[in-house]
Write a protein that binds this ligand. Sequence first.
Ligand code: LUZ
Ligand code: MOS
Length: 756
Amino acid sequence: MKTIPEAALNIKGETQYIDDLPEPAGLLHAAVCPTPTAHGILHGLDSGPALALDPSVRVYTSADIPGKNQIGGVVADEPLFVDIHDGEGLYRGQSCALVLASSRPLARRAASLIRLDWEKLKPVVDEREAARNGSFVQSSRTQRSGDPEAAFKKCTTVVSGRVDSEGQEHVYLETQGALATPREGGGMLVVSGTQSPTGVQGAVAGVLGLPLNLVEVEARRLGGAFGGKESQGANWASLAALGAALSGRPVKIYLRRRDDMQRTGKRHPYSSDYKIGLDATGRILAYEVDFYQNSGACCDLSPAILSRSLYHATNCYHIPNVRITGNMCRTNLVPFTAFRGFGAPQAVFVIESAIDAAARRAGIDPDRVRRMNLFGPGDSTHYGQPLENCRAGAVVDRLFDKCSWDRLRAETDSFNSSHRLEKEGIAFIPICFGISFTNFFMNQGGSLVHVYKDGSVLVSTGAIEMGQQVSRKIAQVAAHALGVKLERVRVERTSTLTVANTFPTAASTGSDINGMAAAIACEQIEKRLVAKAASCLNAPESEIKIADSIIYRSGRPSELTWETLVNRCHFDRIDLSAHGFYSTPGLTFDEETQKGSPFAYHVYGAAALRVKLDVLRGTYQVDKVWAVHDVGASIDEAVDRGQIEGGLVQGLGWSLVEDLRFDAEGNLLADSLSTYKVPDIHFAPAAMDIEFLKDAPNAKAIMGSKAIGEPPFLYGIAGYFALLDALHAARPEGTLPYSIPMTPEKALDFIEGANR
Ligand code: LUZ
Ligand code: MOS
């Protein structure tokens, strides 16, 4: 029987998510009583009315925790519950109490009946205000190269200004949740919606006061994550596990969309100050930037995200003199967290804005400045990493050819001079994205591969399937490494039982690291199979090759079948299982000097976008996209194309439509999908002409491929600049703020001259 691919099961609606799993006997449902405002002190609570609702109701607080009231994965600054004895509530939606009941509606109603003795305090929501108060998650970081102060003196154009970007809600289809079941001997099994089973295992073990070998965490698949479940699955898994441990019954928690939007972290808002200097020809000589990251109330992954902002501060440009400073500002908002791009999009928007401002001031076309300053062969980044096989020039040259940029520019200008109520705008963006976790030690992964005695293959790795088809790529890697047909390979869910001490499926490294780990395990088994085939066929091992389930001898198919070979090994007592381990080689970084080679390699690409603007309404449509993307040697072209299209549209959502706003009290204003607008299929560009850079295998990753998940998100930033181009055509004398998202409301204000 053939393995049915994940995607086919998905399309048929047969894939199971946590809430689809059969409910165990005695299951209790969980709900949370949250903090009512963004900042305050919890002096106590009255659970009487909740308990009176139904005999099945139970209420637990910080006082009931057997282990630590702490789930911070990087820094221990994130309590699971606001401490019931005068604890400080750090953001709106933080948990004050866990409520269990026999049904989900009952649990939610009981939670709403809990009365809090709450002293409201004034919250800080603005990152610059937090910085003025000296309120930081960790101390600030600076990267330097060259001497920007001296270089600014040599510039003919120097411009400084401010750039802002709002956060972004992940809008994974499956909201956060977990199902916990107590096990004999005090153990706990948690099925968790997480990108990081090992991270959840650690949080649960800490809260319950258990060793890791008593906590099993599994994640079969996620209905999307985008970074939102890299660290933040731990909260809900810990609550479910705590409820299960205290009640002795299985417990399920599943967030409503509104609760998920209000209580979970999102992309970090940034506010930044820049200064950029050009010489008379348009070369960028110097760049300085101060990032004010709104980190939210707890550390979460903010330092790693800030690191990625620093590394990507010059995007794809060689700038000889830079000073880049990042500040992690602690506020009373949800702990902001990982989101596709992980701090790079925020930084790239700032340098692209700075280039736009400086070029306009100097009277040069911004796109000429972009093209002139690209990384080239022999260049190193400002943090000292030489760019081996730099493909920036290649992708940009090909893109300019492909979209006939000069003609496009001329056509757009001529359209604009003959139309008053409709304007067009175009922009292009080059990208350069570093692949590896910015935390050195996280770049490792494991696998466990079994060839069963019937010849079917089962592969387990740390890679979580979240719709990105990492399991498809890993199946392809395993099939190739073993020499077996793809349909014989199944990729199993991720569990802490099969592969231990994993890191999150994140940083676009899922198939790089786990694919490599799977290949390493498969190669061990393949060696044993080849040796056995050689002895069966009476031939030297060097003449044996296994491919596509066929055993070749001297290049010709032999009479030995894959099934027979596997069966012979089994009867000869040969091990048909193997564990693989991979750690990315060659990474170096000195935290002191902030120099080194933190990335295995870089991904390059370039995209051009055309926007059509309705001048009367302020509405717009991205009608055409051209992109040339460096995928290396693609393991699966359909998967890679899907990731490029999806990343680009998600990036357009961030730069143009998604309006994540908090009021001065720290309340999220748009907290449901009826008010928070995401790009849908009608908003997606009508035509996307995406090309893979040809003949560009990558020696640094599995089967010559390159990571694909995050880099294309950056293309969305060109949406802002294409719209800016159209808006300037509509109102040439205006100055548009460098502020994301550029929603239709803001666009209309600009056209009418309201936001000068
Ligand atoms: N997660 C992480 C990431 O922990 N470190 C990273 O460098 C990273 N980069 C992108 C996305 N997630
Ligand atoms: Mo991440 S933003 O979880 O790769």
